[in-house]
Design a protein around this ligand. Structure first.
Ligand SMILES: Nc1ncnc2c1ncn2[C@@H]1O[C@H](COP(=O)(O)OP(=O)(O)O)[C@@H](O)[C@H]1O
Ligand code: SF4
Ligand SMILES: [Mg+2]
Length: 440
């Protein structure tokens, strides 16, 4: 594994300088819409890929965006470069020095400047390279399209970039096509193309996850060397906490479009606070086979980002969930289904009592169920409750009232928890209420 980046970036003076300020950023994708679906009366659905993210990128640091697939890491990375429009909130590039210009408001020359200052390195180096371009053409391409260099100067800068990323002797690589190169060499070429414009920030989206194990550490080490030599700032996107631990100064843990914990890497690893961070850390493969730990996250799949759980989006999977975490109709449905997997023989009779389960699929803090009479439905719920008295969902129930031929179960409404200071990190979880006076 590569060595840690130098600590110079952590000096107080460097800390004061924010390259990017992200404030309450939202990127929602509309899944259905347009005139036709409105005409047909279809409800438009949106995916909240990024939903209320606030963070800063400090000059000279490596900031990790870490989370499972679908947590919004790539979308956030692309939004930083202005490659995907924000639907809410703001991103400011060098706010203090350059007068709070928002990325979303940049046009023309200013946007072109941003696109040279911030570069992205993607996961799949093969897809990122045009198969019909030689390395000389591909790596020099950004200089040509921005009209920055041509002729002998272009060639010289391409050679320098190749040298820097370790594709040398350069004469051997200038005329090569992507298909002539190994995966690691292709990613080196992609990195050469990204640094040739002398950017300030590299957003590296899972840059080693498609490479062989044997070359991953070498590419990460190359990136750290380049950072030191060229004074770069990195956003490192990964689902892999093990590489983040070695690579990042600070880490933002993301879950379903939100940052749930952010702080210094050492602190997050030594004292993870958010239950999701703890679960991710437990899932890191243990190199020592005698110390095997369970690798799966608890309780099920990542929910659908188009209809995330109410309250804290992690609550259906959270082993530490409490009454105020946002329990709702879909949790009750999951609980009933779980009950029937244990009591298969009761399924037919009880389902008749409960009636249609589909009504529970619409997210709501009021769950209507039952067609067999309020008393009988309530008695059934009581029986299920005695079967699993520790199930935190029950603590979120504020009342069960008769309604029609069944009951209405009311849950305590909850907002998604905001990031709050806890020790030296920020955590979005009801278990960490802000300590008064401990502002950041
Ligand atoms: N262009 C898009 N249109 C619709 N949904 C999208 C689009 N891009 C991403 N998403 C959705 O946004 C969520 C976050 O995706 P992404 O940013 O790729 O996450 P990650 O990089 O963490 O895997 C996912 O549910 C994904 O399906
Ligand atoms: S708020 Fe905290 S305790 Fe509650 S579900 Fe979310 S992570 Fe778990
Ligand atoms: Mg991604």
């Amino acid at each position: 594994m590569p060595t840690k980046p130098d600590q110079g970036a952590r000096t107080p003076a460097a800390r004061a300088e924010n390259v990017l300020d992200v404030n309450d950023l939202a990127v929602h994708f509309q899944l259905q819409g347009g005139a036709l679906s409105r005409l047909l009366g279809l409800k438009s659905r949106s995916v909240k890929a990024v939903d209320g993210v606030t963070l800063t990128l400090r000059r000279g640091e490596v900031l990790g965006l870490v989370g499972e697939s679908g947590s919004g890491k790539t979308t956030l990375g692309r939004a930083l470069l202005g490659l995907v429009p924000a639907t809410g909130g703001s991103i400011t590039y060098h706010g203090r020095e350059r007068g709070d210009r928002l990325v979303s408001q940049m046009r023309g020359a200013e946007l072109r400047r941003l696109r040279t200052d911030l570069q992205m390195v993607f996961q799949d180096p093969h897809a990122a390279l045009n198969p019909s371009m030689t390395m000389e053409v591909a790596i020099g391409h950004p200089l040509v399209i921005h009209g920055i260099a041509s002729g002998a100067e272009l060639r010289q800068r391409v050679e320098e970039a190749l040298e820097r990323v370790g594709l040398s002797p350069v004469e051997r690589f200038l005329g090569k096509y992507p298909s002539d190169l190994s995966g690691g060499q292709k990613q080196r070429a992609v990195i050469a193309r990204a640094i040739i414009l002398q950017p300030e920030v590299l957003v590296a989206d899972e840059p080693v996850s498609m490479l062989d194990m044997s070359v991953r550490a070498k590419i990460l080490q190359l990136m750290l060397d380049l950072k030191r030599d060229l004074g770069l700032t990195y956003v490192y996107i990964t689902h892999d906490l093990a590489t983040a631990k070695y690579f990042c100064d600070r880490i933002a843990i993301m879950y379903l479009g939100r940052v749930v914990e952010i702080g210094a890497t050492d602190e997050i690893f030594a004292h993870p606070r958010h239950p999701y961070t703890k679960a991710l850390l437990k899932a890191i493969p243990e190199p020592d086979p005698d110390k095997q730990v369970p690798r799966d996250l608890p309780r099920g799949e990542i929910p659908d980002a188009a209809e995330p759980p109410l309250g804290c989006a992690f609550h259906p999977r959270c082993p530490e969930a409490v009454a105020g975490c946002g329990w709702e109709s879909r949790d009750l449905r999951a609980l009933l289904e779980e009950h029937w997997t244990r009591k298969v023989e009761a399924y037919d009779d009880e389902l008749e009592l409960i009636g249609d389960l589909d009504g529970l699929s619409t997210p709501s803090t009021t769950a209507k169920l039952g067609s067999g009479g309020a008393g009988a439905v309530r008695a059934l719920l009581d029986r299920i409750r005695t079967e699993s008295p520790d199930e935190p969902l029950w603590r979120g129930v504020t009342g069960i009232d008769p309604a029609g031929n069944g009951v209405e179960v009311h849950f305590r409404p909850a907002d998604a928890p905001a990031l709050r200071r806890a020790g030296s990190v920020d955590v979005a979880c009801v278990l960490y209420p802000e300590v008064p006076g401990a502002g950041s």
